[in-house]
Design a protein around this ligand. Sequence first.
Ligand SMILES: [Zn+2]
Length: 291
Amino acid sequence: MRAGAFASLVGLALLLAACAPLHRAAPAGQDSMAAECPFPTRYTRVGHGALTLAELQSMAQARLGRLGLEAAWSAPEARAFEDLPEDRERLSALLSVVLPAYERYPRELFARVGLRRLELVQDLRVAGQLRRAMPAVQRDAVAYADIGDPPGAAICEAGIEARIHHELYHLIEARLFGDYYHRDPRWLALNPAGVTYGNGGASAYGGVFHNLGHPRPGFVSRYALYGPEEDKAEVFGWMMTPGYAARVMQWSRDDPVLNAKREFMLALMQTLSQGRMDPAYLDALAHREAP
Ligand SMILES: [Zn+2]
C-alpha cells in the first residue's frame, strides 16, 4: 500500500459526504450551477444517436487513449450503461462534456498524478445518494455518472464541466498530500486574518444549494466557503472551464486574495504539467466564449 493510502481511503469516505451538495442530483431537476451558467451553448454531442453502445465506448476509449487514460464502464457504486436507446443517449450526453473537459489537459498531468482511468457509468450512489462524480484514488480513477436528469432538464453543461475539473482536483490533492483534507498552510496563508471556513461541504445540505460566484472577496464561489479543500477545488474547477474562467480572471483584477489563489493554482498546474499549462494556456482558456 502506498504511503498515505490508508489516510486517503479514510479521507475518501469523508469526502464522499462532504462534496455531495455540488455533485448530487438536485430536487426536481434543479441545478446548483445553473445560477451562474456562463452560456447556454450545448456541448457538441458525440455519437449523434446513431452509434451502438460498443461504438460509443470505442470512440471514447480512442479519445481518452490519446491522453494516456483508459475508459472503464463499471464501478462498484454504479450501474453500467446497457445497449438500449436511452442508455446510449445518456452516455452520449455524458461523454459530450467529459471528453472535452479532459482534452483540455496535457497527458503529462495525468501521468504525474497517477490517474489511469475514468469510470463512465450511471446511477452512481454513495450512501444512498445519487452523485455526478467521485474520486476513486484507490483505483487510480475518477468516476463520472449520468444521474438520470429528466430529458430536456435545464442542466448547465458548463457547470457539469466545472464539476468534472473540481472532482479531478480532489484526486490531485489526495495524491499530492495523501489526504483529501490536507490543510495546506501555504493556501490558508493567502486568506486575510480572521477568515474561517464552514464545516466542510456537508454543511451545505438542506434546501436547494445555489453555487453563486464571488460571494465575498477572496472566494470564487459560495461552495468555496465550506472548507479549504473545496476552496481549492472550486478555484481549480472554475479556472479550467470556459465561461467560468473569464470571470475568475475578471474578479481577480480587483481582488488580490482571489488573484493570489489563482496564481497559486497556476503555479501548481505548471508544475504538474511540466510547464505545458502556463499563463498563455490559461489565458486562452479564459478567452473562449464557447465550450
Ligand atoms: Zn468537492
